[in-house]
Design a protein. Structure first.
Length: 407
């Protein structure tokens, strides 16, 4: 789904006004309170990062994981539905009804679509790939189409299915996610259903960085100092302060989307910030904005990650969904369980903006400031490992999240 809403033009000179609008908009619109999406995003990120080497860059799409598993949760029953809702941080003590879950994600997708415009391409898609002869429950298919905008396609599995799905994902992500599904996945003759989610973002900065100002500088990576290209600018900016970090807000042009660069203080480590991040922590951070002239130095980066979602989601409460003996997806079809779940994501940050993409799949198997005396500009120099997230400011929805350990 590609959404391209048109928002009013904002001049570059209106940086202060834009920042104020972003804060007020964030306070004015929220996703349903029953879904703690920022907490879920942080939990998924922490678990994914813990499975990687500490010196490895990480990028993932929490939205892609949550949206795809929410779609499947609407077809689950009993303990499987309860565990998936718990893991996705949906609702409270009672397991939400399928229509409630669908409504939550329908509203979230609508909010995200409003953030797109001619300078910010945001394309979301969901699809269900059905093995020949496999017929999901009609109610599940209808809900997938109406509330998740998911298209259903019949396909052979095995090599033919991999090629069809991989070609589809590459097309939806403009070539950024290739070969999402590799062999031997889908070779098992019991593979009945593959659910796929894609996210593609290409967004221009509200203020681009001058290419002539880009120059190599030192980044203090854990394995040793490295020389990498840094973006430089002297401009009005908004920085969020906490004792343990400073966070630079980088808005995208005419959009409610922004990138937040979270730089640990000299006395705090990246791991300490990773442990704190979540919805309430982000809310407290946003409550302490500083705005004024700043000197920015940010490394360019371009990398990707791949994540096996099973070891991330099973400990969060989804163990039943992955167990052939315990899984209950009877509102989709009898005897289904999740065999494999993976995500690939990548991100590029340069002078013009950000391009990022993610592909997620689940394979299911059947059983068998004022003028005057100005203070000197404040520096924000991201010359050591930092976190980043891309979020929609009105709702707090996090599309992408990761860390840069070595640009």
């Amino acid at each position: 789904m590609g959404a391209r809403a048109h928002l009013p033009h904002v001049r570059v000179s209106d940086v202060s006004a834009l920042a104020a609008l972003a804060l007020s908009a964030a306070e004015a619109a929220t996703i349903p309170t029953a879904w703690r999406q920022a907490d879920l995003a942080a939990d998924i990120y922490r678990r994914a990062a813990a499975l990687k080497d500490a010196q490895e860059n990480v990028v993932l799409s929490p939205w892609g994981v949550a949206n795809l598993f929410a779609l499947l949760q609407t077809g689950a029953c009993g303990d499987t539905a309860r565990g998936m809702a718990f893991a996705l941080q949906l609702g409270g003590v009672e397991t939400p009804a399928p229509d409630e879950v669908a409504a939550t994600f329908r509203e979230a997708r609508t909010a995200l679509s409003r953030a797109a415009n001619e300078d910010v391409a945001l394309e979301l898609s969901d699809s269900l790939w059905l093995a020949p002869g496999f017929e999901p429950a009609a109610e599940f298919l209808a809900r997938a189409r109406s509330d998740f905008d998911a298209e259903a396609r019949a396909t052979k599995m095995g090599a033919a299915g991999r090629k069809a799905i991989n070609d589809f994902v590459a097309d939806k992500t403009h070539g950024r996610i290739k070969d999402l599904i590799g062999p031997p996945i889908l070779d098992d003759p019991l593979t009945s259903l593959v659910a796929v989610d894609t996210v593609y973002l290409k967004a221009k900065w509200f203020q681009s960085f001058d290419k002539h100002a880009t120059r190599d500088e030192t980044f203090h990576a854990p394995a040793g100092d490295v020389k990498v290209p840094f973006l430089h600018a002297r401009r009005q900016a908004q920085i969020l302060d906490a004792p343990e970090c400073a966070a630079l807000r980088l808005p995208y042009r005419r959009s409610s989307l922004e990138m937040l660069l979270i730089l640990p203080s000299p006395t705090n480590t990246l791991a300490e910030i990773e442990g704190r991040i979540g919805g309430p922590w982000l809310d407290r951070l946003a409550a302490s904005p500083w705005q004024g002239e700043a000197v920015l130095a940010i490394p360019k980066f371009d990398f990707g990650s791949q994540h096996d979602l099973r070891p991330i989601l099973e400990p969060m409460g989804m163990a039943a969904a992955f167990s052939p003996a315990d899984a209950d997806f009877s509102n989709i079809a009898q005897g289904l369980s999740i065999a494999t779940a993976m995500q690939k994501a990548n991100i590029t940050v340069d002078e013009d903006g950000t391009e990022a993409a993610a592909g997620t799949f689940v394979a299911m198997m059947a059983a068998g400031a004022p003028m005057g005396n100005r203070p000197p500009p404040r520096p924000f120099v991201a010359d050591r490992p930092f976190l980043f997230l891309i979020r929609e400011t009105r709702t707090g929805l996090i599309l992408f999240m990761g860390r840069v350990v070595k640009p």
